[in-house]
Design a protein around this ligand. Sequence first.
Ligand code: CAA
Length: 706
Amino acid sequence: MNMSLVEYERRGSVAVLTVNNPPVNAMSPGVPRGICEGIARASRDREVDAVVLVGAGRGFIAGADIRYFSLPWPEGEENFSDVIRAFEDSSKPVVAAIHGHALGGGLEVAMACHYRVVSPGTRVGQPEVKLGFPPGAGGTQRLPRLAGVAAALDMIVTGSPVTAPQAVELGIADSLIEDDFVEGACRFAEQRARSGGPHRLARDLPVNLDDPAIFDAMRGKIARRARGMRAPYACIECVEAAVNLDFDAGIAEERRIFEACVHSDESKALRHVFFAERAAGKIPGIDKSTPLREIASAGVVGAGTMGGGIAMNFANAGIPVTIVERNSEALERGMAVISRNYGASVSRGRMSEEAHDRAMALITPSIAMEDLADADVIIEAVFEEMAVKKAVFAEIDRVARPDAILTSNTSYLNIDDIAAAMPDRHGRVLGTHFFSPANVMRLLEVVRTANVSAENLATVMALARRMGKLPIVAGVCHGFIGNRMLEGYFGEASLMVEEGIAPERIDRVMFEFGMAMGPLAVMDLAGLDIGWSKRKDAGGGTAIERRGSWIANRLCEQGRFGQKTGRGYYIYEKGSRTPTPDAEIDDLMEAARHHFGLGPPDLSDAQILERCLYPLVNIGATILAEGHALRASDIDLVYINGYGFPAWRGGPMHWAGNVGLDRIHEAVCRYHRELGFPQWAPSSLLKELASSSRTFEDHDRDHRHA
Ligand code: CAA
């Protein structure tokens, strides 16, 4: 046996098999073999009456080794089926002793044992759907037999884990062991061995279904969220098989469906996202030895929508935060919004009254900048204008501790300029671009200024994770990663409306692709007036009348700023967020075509898609080549978590690999010739990868950061 992966130890009459495959005890090659050999040895050992299977380190088993879904499994090496067969053939009871986590194949291994015990704080679940396939080692057949069909269906389709007490209550686990876990598990195993059995296996339990309508009900429930996806429906079909077929036929059906899903583009994309999220935390110049500063108190300047949301993030993470506004009216308004947001969470049952009171007690409103004097970190979240921000930072500079970390919540501005105004704070100024609503959205662009120290950058990354965010490092450039790319996406959408393609058609194409919302509906949500005032400031006179802004300008002149005024590219009924197409837009499109001398509209849905998405890929490649994103997979995460790009397509850069970079490059060059707008200036990196038949993932592999 490979002693380093599965250790064998005898404790009294119990053989303890310890899976020791750091960091998470995935079922990599060698682990199944180790378990099978341990079971065989225990069955030969006359002194042994029972077996306990346990994980070393932080948890039990985190499932299959996900890397092997795209690698060949070594010839002749044991696998999940061999492990499960070994348990089922064992005459001595096998107890899975689960601490930390048992996920995916980890829970499946546990469910194939005769018994399961859990330690407090453990979570068990079948998260496979998040990787684009249903459980493939019997989970969809055993879980309904242990937990009941409704609970199993819910766990498998959502991928959400349950806690240790829930696992006991549902019948997934037989007992909760409070202390001295492995010893307790051994005592449990001894007792069961002494009882003489029968040691029932999950496969022999009946499947009880009270309400056959739950499957269709589940299909209805997930219809919007699972739009375009296969795996959630595959999960439902597998559980249906548990109800309709006998155990062995159900297992065969699960295997068939699993195999069909695991090689799909959807699964490849979701696996890419899984590893992308882990890679995003790896930053050149920062490693485990980089010291982290303690963040025990925080300050936020600005109690508007963003400032309020940011303050809520601190409070939710248990960090006391002082929120400062210029005057009491603005402060009271901001605090009322915070209170209303928390109140809504309580009334929806997402937050307890106690948690609400705790969070509110952590937020101190103030109109005195001096109240930020003790804060470890201060986030500026005032109006997005350089002069305003610089004035606020001058104030912060006056009061903040010399070692405080200062960040600006900006979506476009040059934070190096802000930092340069405070030379004494060298290394402690950076950007934190939150997404609206800041208390909900998972993405945080952490903008690395020229002089920020590794320690302060690492501290802000860790703080973001403590807030439940997914922090992505971006470089200082106009719009950073997300908004810089968005200019190309919105730009093309606006141009196409001028060419006579109706907003609802563009939005439909993008919604069907899987975007959470179409671009014109998003522009209405964000407010058309923001771009309008920027254009007026920047261009003045006719310069703002270039193509791409002509219709938006006309709309703004009519006071149609989007959702907030009930009209924009669409009409919104009072109190409704549902966009309704507006016949007046047809007239504006006609006028725009006349104004610019354009021919009749002539674009297919496929061309609309290209015009929207290829600029994302092209600009993303430029950002990557400039080093303003560390890796293409970071760009994917930005788009998935901040801009509604479907995770099951893997983000724009991964998706581009499926389309073919040569095809995209060729189209970018063509659009550059025909249309000529800046978003089409071909990226040299896109050209280089296309001509060498490589993908952005190949590029990331070649430039891997430690
Ligand atoms: N396979 C391979 N590598 C894995 C892995 C897995 N199942 N789970 C985690 N890892 C790796 C991560 O990539 C990461 O590697 P690096 O350090 O090189 O980046 C490392 O383990 C640590 O992972 P996390 O950073 O995620 O650690 P964490 O402590 O925050 O979380 C965890 C631990 C809860 C187990 C989390 O890693 C997780 O959710 N893992 C995936 C669980 C899962 O999806 N299991 C199902 C697998 S599919 C399956 O089992 C199919 C089947 O039906 C047979």
